[in-house]
Design a binder for this molecule. Structure first.
Ligand code: NAD
Ligand code: UDP
Length: 319
């Protein structure tokens, strides 16, 4: 296939591009580098099956050659207001990437009669009242909260994707991605994995927001990409959760990072910065992915963190 990947210079986009090339596909990457980096794609320069277009997906997208699939990953993704790359500091761009960007990428899929895959998120469940979260859960989202620029843009993106599927017959897929980590996450985007690993390698205390009782379920990037690739090849049009159901409190996660890195500095509790919008619990129900895609995560938290630490160490040496 010839596949357009938006957000190609980001963390997940760059791993996805690599996987698609390894499977023998031709890939056109698209990005405007608002939170991504050229460095994430540098090793692909010279690959005859890879090309790149620098472009903001909020503007009309023209792809001259026929494409068989469009995978829309372009969007800021970190909620942290302390980082310039956090979506609360890029609110309009975030809404435009999710709304206009989804409209434009669906337009490309329609023009080329291509299949379409939307990168959605567990955030569409908001601060969930159902636990773990099944795809049938409608969510608990504040439409004007600080995270709403991301949550509502993704909810709109899902609705628009289903509208193109139902009304125009576009062959669409929606993946709801739960917290994923690994090499090529931005050192300074403020998400918990880069923050904690960086602090641990500097032998500083890890900054736990609130009391650390909030939970997340962390998936290693290679597992996520495997699930997404299977979804692309499937015929499933309804949303599918992809994530690791191994739920852990942020406090326990901080203790794990300190143990794995031998950091003696402990933990520093910080006020919750999220104005109450920080979801208290998050765990995917992956029954649908298991049944339809025959997929389940293979990489343990210890293995994934061990594979991620060298990347952050090398990035810190470059700063
Ligand atoms: P990232 O910030 O590393 O990557 C996003 C990429 O999109 C960046 O390269 C950025 O420059 C690009 N981009 C943003 N707006 C753009 C625009 N208007 N035009 C062109 N390019 C644009 O983040 P990520 O973690 O790789 O996330 C990728 C996708 O996966 C996002 O859609 C995000 O919502 C979704 N997601 C990620 C996670 C996760 O845990 N990593 C969880 C849920 C959903
Ligand atoms: N968090 C934290 N310390 C940090 C960064 C994040 O305690 O330095 C917490 C944050 O409050 C949230 C969780 O870790 O409860 C995950 O945050 P992240 O920014 O990675 O993404 P989220 O899952 O909230 O979208």
């Amino acid at each position: 296939m010839r596949i357009l990947v938006t957000g190609a210079a980001g963390f997940l986009g760059s791993h996805l591009v690599e996987r698609l090339l390894a499977e023998g596909h031709e890939v056109i990457g698209m990005d405007n580098f608002i939170t991504g980096s050229e460095q994430n794609l540098a090793h692909l320069a010279g690959n005859p099956r890879f090309s790149f277009i620098r472009h903001d997906v909020a503007n009309f997208i023209f792809v001259p050659k026929k494409v068989d699939a469009v995978m829309h990953f372009a969007s800021p993704a970190s909620p942290n207001p302390n980082s310039p790359y956090g979506y609360t500091n890029l609110p309009i761009q975030t809404m435009k990437a999710g709304a206009l960007g989804t409209h434009n990428t669906l337009g490309v899929a329609r023009a080329h009669n291509a299949r379409f895959l939307l990168a959605s998120t567990s955030e569409i469940y908001g601060d969930p009242l159902e636990h773990p979260q099944k795809e049938t859960y409608w969510g608990h989202v504040d439409p004007i909260g600080v995270r709403s620029v991301y949550d509502e843009a993704k909810r709109f993106a899902e609705a628009l994707t289903m509208a193109y599927h139902r009304y125009h017959g576009i062959d669409t897929r929606i993946v709801r991605i739960f917290n994923t980590y690994g090499p090529r996450m931005r050192l300074d985007d403020g998400r918990v994995v880069p923050n904690f690993i960086q602090q641990a390698l500097r032998k500083e205390p890890l900054t736990v927001y609130g009391d650390g009782s909030q939970t997340r379920s962390f998936c290693y990037v290679s597992d996520l990409i495997e699930g997404i690739y299977r979804l692309l090849l499937s015929d499933e049009h309804d949303p599918v959760n992809i994530g690791n159901p191994n739920e852990i409190s942020i406090l326990e996660f901080a203790e794990t990072i300190n143990r794995l890195t031998g950091n003696p500095a402990g933990i520093e509790f910080k006020p919750d910065l999220r104005l109450g919008d920080d979801p208290q619990r998050r765990q995917p129900d992956i029954t649908r992915a298991k049944t339809i895609l025959k997929w389940s995560p293979q990489v343990s938290l210890e293995e994934g963190i061990a594979a991620t630490i060298p990347y952050f160490r090398s990035q810190m040496e470059q700063v």
